[in-house]
Design a protein around this ligand. Sequence first.
Ligand SMILES: NC(=O)c1ccc[n+]([C@@H]2O[C@H](COP(=O)([O-])OP(=O)(O)OC[C@H]3O[C@@H](n4cnc5c(N)ncnc54)[C@H](OP(=O)(O)O)[C@@H]3O)[C@@H](O)[C@H]2O)c1
Length: 260
Amino acid sequence: MPLKLTRRQSLTTLLAGLLPVLTPHGAMARTPLRIGMIGSGHVGSTLGQLWSRAGHEVMLSALTLREAQERVEELHFGSAGTSHDAAAFGDVVVLAVPYGALQQLGHTIGPVLNARPLIDATNPYTWRDGKIGRQALLEGAGMVTQSLFPTAAVVRAFNSEDMTTLLAQSNRPPPRMALPMAGDVARALTMAGWLIHDAGFDPVVAGGLSAAGLFQPGGPAFEAQMDADDLRRLLGVTGDSAVERSLAARFAAAQASGGR
Ligand SMILES: NC(=O)c1ccc[n+]([C@@H]2O[C@H](COP(=O)([O-])OP(=O)(O)OC[C@H]3O[C@@H](n4cnc5c(N)ncnc54)[C@H](OP(=O)(O)O)[C@@H]3O)[C@@H](O)[C@H]2O)c1
């Protein structure tokens, strides 16, 4: 009889199988951050794993606290909490849920976030996410997510590649794979850039939130799997924004001090 794995079993198997090939991190781009993860499926578990290995502190949440606790027991990193706990915990909070859940989460965790950075790693799909998914595909997920979390400093990032690709390409020999990000608030973009770096990739600023459509499903840079130079060419950006200059200086300093 064929062996049918539950989603949780397949996640744990995938991460456990790939762990030995992930390069251990040296110094991070900055001091450890507290990361509140909303959702702990493929995206939450994968990003949480990469950041935890880099030295960041991750709190995983799920639909229920029990589910989050089981995920933490299986994955052997981080702590478990409710969505509210994770939103309160994070210096930065990451959305890793179906896009259709964002309306409800805007009400439940939006007020807790205040103006903190909110990295939106979700993708909208018409077949799964109903009316709000259609709206995000039409108007751009960046703008729609910002409207659902009006006080937060939203950055769209980590949504453009499949998690299997991220695990396989993390910290590959130079040129590293690049990940696009888009946002309107410089300090939030900077934090997302650190986290892209610490996950083992090169950050590329695509522009403000309105540029996030370029790397959502249907956009030219979705699943582009390129290094930074090629990705900038595709996006039509030069890489000389203030955020990218400040990130480059930080990464050079981290490398000089023995990290990457
Ligand atoms: N999979 C990929 O490679 C990939 C890559 C880029 C972007 N994305 C996008 O990232 C998002 C997450 O994808 P995924 O593959 O990680 O999905 P997934 O494996 O189905 O995980 C979804 C997570 O969200 C939680 N969740 C669902 N509804 C929720 C709600 N209303 N409140 C709080 N938590 C809720 C689930 O809780 P339970 O565990 O309790 O069910 C689960 O932990 C999606 O928007 C997807 O399109 C996916």
